[in-house]
Design a binder for this molecule. Sequence first.
Ligand code: NAD
Ligand code: WQD
Length: 339
Amino acid sequence: MILVTGGAGYIGSHTVLALLEAGHEVLVLDNFCNANKKSLERVGALTNREVHWVEGDIRDEALLDNLFSQNEIDSVIHFAGLKAVGESVQKPLAYFDNNVNGTLVLCEAMSRAGVKKIVFSSSATVYGDPASVPIREDFPTAATNPYGRSKLMVEEILRDLVVSDPAWRISVLRYFNPVGAHDSGMIGEDPNGIPNNLVPFVSQVAIGRREVLSVFGNDYDTSDGTGVRDYIHVTDLAKGHLMALDYLSRHDGLHTFNLGTGKGYSVLDVVQAFEKASGRKVAYEFHPRRPGDIARCYADPAHAEEVLGWVAEFDLEKMMADTWRWQQKNPEGYSTSES
Ligand code: NAD
Ligand code: WQD
């Protein structure tokens, strides 16, 4: 059985779905601080499988000990954590507590239970402002905010852990910009309040929940002056987790993989692709750069392809079409949709 922390969240729910479809037994641990139980109900309906879940916190030692002793857990996929960059600047301690301390408590409980296989959600944010693109895994790392620092700290802790005890098997997955939704339109990203990220914001403008997109900066050294990112379909990302976990059943050590498409798209490329997918106009206006943003960030995904055999299948058009389907079926996200 695979313990999936944060399995009710955006990437977690898509990964749980993929795991269940592949026939795995799954147990979700989530404190629902940024998720809705409907995501798991819908994963159950889509897969025709019961989704086992426990409401609780990864920092709760006693709860973890109980979970490990009462279930035959052999590996962990660890999504649980806080992820809003701006909020992390305001509340650094909450981020270090959830993301760093939370992972420590989890790894200690795993160690006590003799479970030493973990897939960890890291982020392209650990590359800071890269000297060049595309970004390879061996590029230098740097954090520019507490969120990024929390990811980097955990990566380093995991590296020390493997050195201390070679029985650990660890995949560190550095996601680029996850977007899109399951193509049923039943599960997707449901941000609280005003979305921080581009695609959910664009999608809410298209559906009429927000009036106009603020494009943060049109004076970058990029094709049209707006920021360039590597958007990756969440379903491709989910598949990457299955492959990274499977790899650990055959290989020890710690392995770090970029999960991105290798293609960079500007903010205006995304707006245009969304307009095409939705048939709606997305109003936008230019604003100054957002503090901390970089001009361009996209992956060299060759390592994941060579080692895991993983490649991203879905293009920007599909990412936008699936986001739009989810948005239309759930205009207010999970909270007000009927089932
Ligand atoms: P999400 O907020 O949708 O999912 C995180 C889940 O963890 C939520 O369901 C939340 O309720 C749960 N959670 C948070 N703290 C917890 C705790 N202490 N105990 C138990 N559950 C807890 O976010 P997501 O986009 O699905 O991201 C998943 C992981 O991937 C996170 O670690 C995030 O930092 C990382 N990541 C996300 C992105 C992105 O852009 N979405 C990019 C790179 C990395
Ligand atoms: C994309 C582009 C913005 C919103 C963040 C985190 C990163 C990772 C993924 C977790 C940029 C522009 C955005 C808007 C805009 N998360 N933009 N108007 O900043 O690449 O990455 O999410 O690990 O750590 O930093 O993603 O979607 O916020 O921005 O113009 O309202 O869209 O300036 O160029 P980002 P994003």
